[in-house]
Design a protein around this ligand. Structure first.
Ligand code: CMP
Length: 226
């Protein structure tokens, strides 16, 4: 596989051509359809995955069968490292939310790359630190905020991670379903629909097809509420 492809992953940013070629030599492409399960919670882990194209959600299922979305990841990001590092079962399920292309690396090759290249190891640990910070922030918001505050923080983070500048000072994001938002912030779909409807009535959000436009003033209000 062409090693230039691997330059787009920040995990490999410090590698020279020869090192990138050695990563490319052990990576295999795999494709998944939308809604296909890539990794199942509690199974044994054997591969590490880099997202070439598409998005996934990382989720757990409660004993009552309710889905809890921990995170979503897109192109250039990775998943499946935890069980390869601690030899425990998969910590969560990973499901394609769009057509997905990943590059997979076997556990033994993945561990060898980490052993040989401190640049990769350091960046992997930095990303895992970021995910722990995000999880801490989520615990804090679940313990201390009402649903409006949690929705405000969710929309702010969505704007920061995926927002695009739009005309008239709006920030545009691709609209997740109300169910996906509810499963991320720990509430019901009906509550999310009601709150988003209220924000639209106040002119803070506009919805058009698959896009939500957030007014700058909305982002300021969300910052105050979260
Ligand atoms: P692993 O446990 O092997 O399989 C599931 C993967 O989901 C896990 O590795 C991580 O890559 C990812 N994952 C688990 N929990 C989180 C989280 N809280 N935030 C982001 N990614 C996660």
């Amino acid at each position: 596989m062409a090693y230039e492809l691997f330059r787009r992953f920040s995990l490999f940013a410090e590698l020279d051509d020869a090192e990138l070629a050695s990563v490319a030599a052990v990576a295999k492409p795999r494709r998944f359809a939308r809604d296909e399960v890539v990794i199942r919670e509690d199974e044994r882990g054997d591969v590490f995955c880099l997202i070439k194209q598409g998005r996934v959600k990382i989720s757990m299922t409660s004993p009552e069968g309710k889905e809890i979305i921990l995170s979503t990841l897109g192109p250039g990001e990775f998943f499946g490292e935890m069980s390869l590092l601690d030899d425990e079962p998969r910590s969560a399920s990973v499901i394609a939310t769009e057509k997905l292309e990943v590059l997979t690396i076997w556990q033994s090759d993945f561990l060898e790359l980490l052993r040989e290249n401190f640049g990769i190891t350091r960046r992997l640990l930095a990303e895992m630190s970021k995910r722990l910070r995000d999880a801490s922030s989520r615990i804090e918001s679940l313990a201390t905020m009402d649903v409006y505050g949690r929705l405000a923080r969710y929309l702010l983070e969505l704007a920061a991670s995926q927002g695009r500048e739009a005309p008239d000072g709006y920030v545009a994001v691709t609209r997740p379903t109300h169910q996906a938002i509810a499963n991320t912030i720990g509430t019901s779909r009906e509550t999310v629909s009601r709150l988003i409807h209220e924000l639209m009535e106040q002119g803070l959000l506009l919805s058009e097809g698959k896009t939500i436009y957030m007014r700058r003033e909305a982002l300021r209000k969300f910052r105050e509420a979260s």
